[in-house]
Design a protein around this ligand. Structure first.
Ligand code: HEC
Ligand code: HEC
Ligand code: HEC
Length: 124
């Protein structure tokens, strides 16, 4: 690893250009921002129970008035909950076993949000 330090910066630039076109590897535990924090945007109990209420499209305030960057933005969920692979590439938050898929798979919930919304941080 140490011998590679001279290529670190270009590697980061290249991988950020490739977001979305190169599939990410295995997610590494502890690499999501959320892994380092104690609480969600609402108390965890509330999020567990009601998270979908916060991000539904009929909160059309958000959609029609273009309010963004609120604490309930979907991009925010992705930004904080997405993990990275061993090379630092973000792993889609809805990939198998990843945060948004983990309980949904179990609960047989299917969401189609990510056909339009980005599954990794930093993409619009
Ligand atoms: C057909 C495309 C499409 C689908 C599918 C879709 N959205 Fe959206 N969504 C949009 C557009 C367009 C906007 C408004 C543009 C913007 O703010 O980026 C938006 C805005 C939002 C916002 C407010 C802005 C933000 O970044 O938070 C939330 C929250 C949101 N959508 C949640 C969801 C959720 C949850 C689902 C799945 C249940 C979903 N969307 C499915 C197109 C879509
Ligand atoms: C700034 C970081 C951050 C953002 C933004 C964020 N979360 Fe969280 N979220 C966390 C943390 C940290 C936890 C774990 C709290 C704990 O362990 O008690 C959590 C917990 C959760 C849980 C409960 C998980 C469980 O195991 O019970 C759900 C569901 C959740 N978040 C969904 C969302 C959704 C949906 C959004 C977007 C509206 C979102 N989060 C935005 C940090 C974040
Ligand atoms: C702690 C487990 C858990 C996590 C983590 C979780 N969900 Fe959920 N989600 C559920 C359950 C359970 C339901 C079904 C709730 C119901 O219908 O009563 C659900 C439902 C939803 C729905 C509504 C689906 C529908 O058809 O009505 C959306 C949208 C959603 N989740 C988005 C997300 C997003 C985005 C993330 C990641 C940021 C996420 N969830 C993470 C457990 C979870």
């Amino acid at each position: 690893m140490t011998g590679k330090s001279s290529i670190t910066l270009p590697a980061i630039l290249v991988s950020s250009l490739w977001l979305g076109t190169v599939s990410a590897g295995e997610a590494v535990e502890g690499t999501a921002k959320a892994d380092k924090l104690k609480s969600c945007v609402e108390p965890t109990e509330v999020m567990r129970r009601d998270h979908f209420e916060f991000i539904k499209h009929q909160r059309d305030l958000a959609v029609h008035q273009g309010i963004r960057g609120s604490k309930h933005s979907l991009a925010g969920c992705v930004d904080c909950h997405a993990r990275k692979d061993a090379e630092g590439k973000p792993v889609p938050v809805n990939a198998e076993g990843q945060f948004c898929d983990s309980c949904h798979d179990y609960a047989a919930v299917h969401i189609d949000c990510f056909s339009c919304h980005s599954t990794v941080p930093g993409e619009k």
